[in-house]
Design a protein around this ligand. Sequence first.
Ligand code: NAD
Length: 499
Amino acid sequence: MAYEELLENNGLTSAVLSGGTLAVHSPIDGAEVARVKTHTPEQAREIIAAGVAAFAAWRTVPAPRRGEFVRLLGNELRVQKEALASLVSMECGKILQEGLGEVQEMIDICDFAVGLSRQLYGLTMPSERPGHTMRELWQPMGVCGVISAFNFPVAVWSWNAALAMVCGNSVIWKPSEKTPLTALAVQNIFEKVATGFAEAPVGLSQILIGDSQIGAAMVASEDVPIISATGSTGMGRSVGRVVAARFGRCILELGGNNAMIVTPSADLQMALRAIVFSAVGTAGQRCTSLRRIIVHDSVYDELLTGLRKAYEGLAIGNPLDPAVLVGPLIDADSFERMQQALVTAVEQGGIVSGGQRVLAEQYPDGYYVQPALIEMPGQSDIVKTETFAPIVYAMKYSSFEDAVALQNDVPQGLSSCVFSGSIKETEHFLSPRGSDCGIANVNIGPSGAEIGGAFGGEKETGGGRESGSDAWKAYMRRQTVTVNYSDELPLAQGINFEV
Ligand code: NAD
């Protein structure tokens, strides 16, 4: 399908696609597909003011009605699923199956949020004073600023927006400057639903187009009490400091360096399939991509032989082709960073297979690579660094304690997994002595989370949680309430204070 058709199917007209300064390229072939207008700092201030006004109205709409709005949004996403997924593939280069999966996540989180809109429960506690009651309420916060990365160009907005909106907040979304078109397409879907919903105020969810500087303007604003930022650890360091300095609330979802431990009792065929999906899927450009395998000496050779064979057979190419499993890297810079990592790995004792550019003749401006498998003598600095590309480092271990120590000995703490048939090993992995990550899986790879669980990681991954479980609490303020229905005024702790 031609790019023009993909854009048109998402309601992106030439008025939106031209006349601006932000050039948008498809990683498939490097073609420039649009020049989008960016927002100025003055416009950012107006957008924030509109978000504040929208919040004032939206917080008074009963939560189940807010849920009804999100239900309608999910329905419209169902209608637009194919069209939006194809645009995701075109703009960020993930294969169509993964694009469809990403839009499905948007639908799933809408469904989750609908149920949540009737379950924003607070506790009641017994008061120590006679004739008193105590409870806690969860109140809306204000504008929720969402900053997203290129690799999940639409799902991240929905994880945040669906929850933020049922919680009574308004939303402002600063998408990656590499993927503004998918964001504009989602905004079209949102506007369509909002226009037909009487209680939805103007400015309920808005979009802010531009680079890190326009994102920084939103981050600095006192009128945006929540900043949910997804991207590199460097970005999180900067955003986290600014938000902390103004006592705002941050939800940080940053880089990962995810490992799999493969033990002697593992089902090696299952482990192999999980390794390939999580190491080469999205061309290694997921925050949860598998970057390290820690394999017991006794099964190392067998697993590595199988992996080399599987890697040789990988279909690499245009992500819109249904037979392809590995699409392109996002751009030339990403390719350069990958090549630099390969050189450094060799300097640090690594033996590299794969990693070279492929399809360069067919796509001179598209950056396709053969995924790399690197055998490392130990966990050197390059192994501890997140390179956002399909590189997996293989290391041997002999004692399970050492394997867990290796798995934890990196600055990041997003996702982890163990393949094992031994309950002693799997429970050790899940115990306080086990994985130190936000996600710990058994006999499943580290990527491909479901929306029902809280998603996020520790250490340099930022500590934020989004999506399922009780992640909604990050979008609300907790209010402790004590009511006196007696005729006396007793003080807590029995304090006597006669006036
Ligand atoms: P990036 O950090 O370059 O950019 C992410 C977003 O942050 C962009 O929208 C960018 O404009 C904005 N930004 C950058 N600096 C900013 C600043 N100082 N103030 C405000 N906004 C700023 O990341 P990327 O290359 O788009 O994405 C890849 C990274 O994202 C990887 O490290 C990956 O692991 C991480 N990621 C993490 C998760 C997660 O949930 N933990 C999910 C997806 C991606």
